[in-house]
Design a protein around this ligand. Structure first.
Ligand code: NAD
Length: 315
């Protein structure tokens, strides 16, 4: 049996990853300080091979037992969170990533960094291939997140090239599914919360900006395939089906059968105009592509989360 460390394992993506790894027969050590995650995301896990350690990874990390895989997901991830926690976000990307790469080096474990499509900033080419270096504002409100992830990528490549650590970097595009937080400020969770209460859906700007939405099951499959591959340079994982925010709002209204109307609010600073992954590399190197479309993914999210959780009635 191999042992996986998952940082941020009590978060949205991390908790789904823990579920999959346990199901595949791995032992899982989840490190999380519950800053944006929740014990509720992992409270269903009743497995002797699951260990939860409430630990802040910006502090030194010591793990006594052998480790085979380090999945490094810990980081505030939604704009609401990283703008509330700007210094913490920079520290997780820098000190936290240092500590986890140190663990991987010491244990001779494989390492995967959860990076983000935000490293492309407000992209000037479309769709975005991994070879694009990005168009990022380092000093804007999103800079703390974008630059933390760019630094984490640089650090990961340095550990790979200079220290010989078996590293992998995934650039994750917008992902949704059960356990999204109703008030995390992201489009899917916000629209679902509003639509399920027949409240107006608040679209930023005129709703013509685009995003692509990946269902969490597809994403997690991609993370594991990448960790098990020989790909050391960054790989995009996301769903290339592209929607305007207006189309997303209309789809959420359709799937929920809501009576909500759509209203328009000011566009946030540095909001990217377009976002669509070029996933040729993931297809070729990992044989990976998403299989769950938006309507199906939204239905599964509602079914598995339940309306109460999606509207925040349990918070
Ligand atoms: P999340 O906020 O639900 O999960 C992040 C987890 O990290 C939380 O459980 C939080 O408590 C934990 N954490 C934060 N700081 C920590 C610290 N110092 N020590 C230990 N734990 C800490 O977010 P998520 O959506 O699950 O994102 C997970 C990862 O995937 C992040 O690295 C994020 O940047 C990346 N990502 C997510 C998306 C997405 O659409 N969800 C897109 C791109 C990248």
């Amino acid at each position: 049996m191999s042992t996986c460390v998952v940082t941020g394992g009590a978060g949205f993506l991390g908790s789904h990853l823990c579920d999959h790894l346990l199901k595949a027969g791995h032992r899982v050590i989840c490190l999380d300080n519950l800053e944006t995650g929740s014990l509720r995301n992992i409270s269903h896990i009743r497995d002797a091979d699951f260990v939860f350690d409430n630990h802040d990874i910006t502090e030194f990390v010591r793990i006594e037992e052998p480790v085979d895989f380090v999945y490094h997901l810990a980081s505030p991830a939604s704009p609401i969170d990283y703008q509330r926690l700007p210094l913490h976000t920079l520290k997780v990307g820098s000190y936290g990533t240092h500590h986890m790469l140190g663990v991987a080096k010491q244990k001779r474990a494989r390492f995967l960094l959860a990076s983000t499509s935000e490293v492309y900033g407000d992209p000037q080419i479309h769709p975005q291939p991994e070879s694009y270096w990005g168009h990022v504002n380092p000093i804007g409100p999103r800079g703390v997140y974008d630059e933390a992830k760019r630094y984490a990528e640089a650090l990961t490549m340095a550990y790979h090239r200079q220290q010989g650590v078996d590293t992998h970097i995934v650039r994750i595009f917008n992902t949704y599914g059960p356990r999204v937080r109703p008030h995390d400020g992201r489009a899917v969770s916000t629209f679902l919360r509003q639509a399920l209460q027949d409240k107006p859906l608040t679209v930023f700007g005129d709703g013509s900006q685009t995003r692509s939405f990946c269902y969490v099951e597809d994403l997690v499959r991609g993370l594991i395939a990448l960790m098990e591959s020989d790909a050391h340079l960054p790989v995009n994982i996301g769903n290339p089906d592209e929607y305007t925010l207006q189309e997303l709002a209309e789809t959420v209204i359709k799937v929920t059968g809501s009576r909500s109307e759509i209203v328009y609010e000011a566009l946030p600073v540095d909001d990217p105009q377009v976002r669509q992954p070029d996933i040729s590399k993931a297809r070729e190197m990992l044989g990976w592509e998403p299989t769950i479309g938006l309507e199906e993914g939204l239905r599964r999210t509602i079914e598995q989360s339940g309306v109460e959780r999606l509207v925040g009635a349990l918070d």
